[in-house]
Design a protein. Structure first.
Ligand SMILES: Cc1cc2nc3c(=O)[nH]c(=O)nc-3n(C[C@H](O)[C@H](O)[C@H](O)COP(=O)(O)OP(=O)(O)OC[C@H]3O[C@@H](n4cnc5c(N)ncnc54)[C@H](O)[C@@H]3O)c2cc1C
Length: 266
């Protein structure tokens, strides 16, 4: 069966030129004139994954973008990587759209061009960086999306083996991985790409599983709006329990072992 994969991409001002970008003082939208646009860097990863899946399993890859006419250039670049079709959703009325309006337009386009077996996006745009659009598309279309579940690890994880188990759990639940800053300091993660908190990402998944995380405000501000928070901490007085719906007082390695066993994952 030939699978249909859609990739939503965005034309963004070249991140190398951010020093020269200004905002319109009245509309507060970006002044794009004279600033070179590129395919949003994270979206290039999504295109690459789609092309890999196409080569491995056979699929047609369709690109979708919402933006001004000039975004055709970025769609053509995507086609040159091996995508099969591209659609640009463009209307003056879309100018200055926030993430909710953008995701709605993209969802409508996906419905019209689809149905698709898989919809890929970058996890954030380099200019807006809200990280909202991927999960909002999933919500508009009533589809499960990776941001439904976040499995997050903190310093209580400590060793690479336990962290690997947390990642396996995230994969088994079709979820995303998040972490606190100490995991980067420990060398378990190389970048702050999926760090949650004040200087990282804000997430609002349906389920946030926190393993070995305290209540540092720098972290909590990025996850406290999750619909349901379950925390595992060996300290029964751990402050994270105050923002949690469910608390498990236990060693996080033991709970991860038990969950993976329950899910039949070695
Ligand atoms: C300017 C600034 C910005 C920052 N921005 C961020 C940010 O965006 N995101 C971020 O995450 N941090 C950020 N930080 C760091 C932040 O302040 C905290 O230091 C960090 O979030 C704490 O991480 P943690 O909860 O993993 O570690 P800790 O606070 O050390 O908590 C570890 C928890 O694990 C528990 N534990 C230990 N061993 C086990 C075990 N075996 N099983 C179960 N539980 C166990 C402990 O009881 C403890 O509650 C920032 C700091 C500064 C100064």
């Amino acid at each position: 069966m030939n699978r249909k994969i859609a990739v939503c991409i965005k034309s963004v001002p070249d991140p190398d030129l951010y020093g020269s970008i200004t905002l319109d003082p009245v509309t507060k939208t970006l002044r794009r004139e004279g600033v070179k646009s590129v395919v949003n860097p994270a979206d290039k990863h999504a295109i690459e994954l789609a092309i890999q899946l196409k080569e491995q399993f056979g699929a047609t890859v369709t690109l979708l973008s919402m933006g001004p006419d000039s975004a055709q250039r970025e769609l053509r670049e995507g086609l040159s990587y091996g995508a099969d079709a591209a659609f640009l959703l463009s209307d003056r009325k879309f100018g200055g759209a926030d993430s909710l309006a953008t995701s709605y337009v993209l969802a409508q386009g996906l419905e019209k061009a689809g149905p698709f077996d898989l919809i890929l996006t970058g996890n954030e745009s380099a200019d807006g960086a809200t990280t909202h659009v991927p999960s909002q598309i999933g919500e508009w279309l009533g589809l499960p999306h990776i941001m439904d579940v976040v499995v997050a690890g903190g310093l209580g994880i400590r060793n690479p083996e336990t962290w690997e188990k947390a990642k396996k759990l995230a994969a088994a639940l079709d979820g995303a991985v998040g972490y606190t800053r100490p995991l980067i300091d420990l060398g378990l993660e190389k970048t702050d790409e999926n760090m949650i908190g004040a200087s990282g990402k804000s997430v609002r998944p349906k389920l946030y599983l926190a393993f070995g995380i305290s209540d540092a405000s720098h972290h909590v501000c990025g996850m406290k709006d999750s619909e349901l928070i379950l925390s595992v901490n060996r300290d029964e007085n751990a402050e994270i329990f105050h923002v949690s719906d469910y608390k498990v007082v236990a060693d996080c390695g033991e709970i991860l072992d038990a969950l993976l066993k329950e899910l039949d994952i070695s």
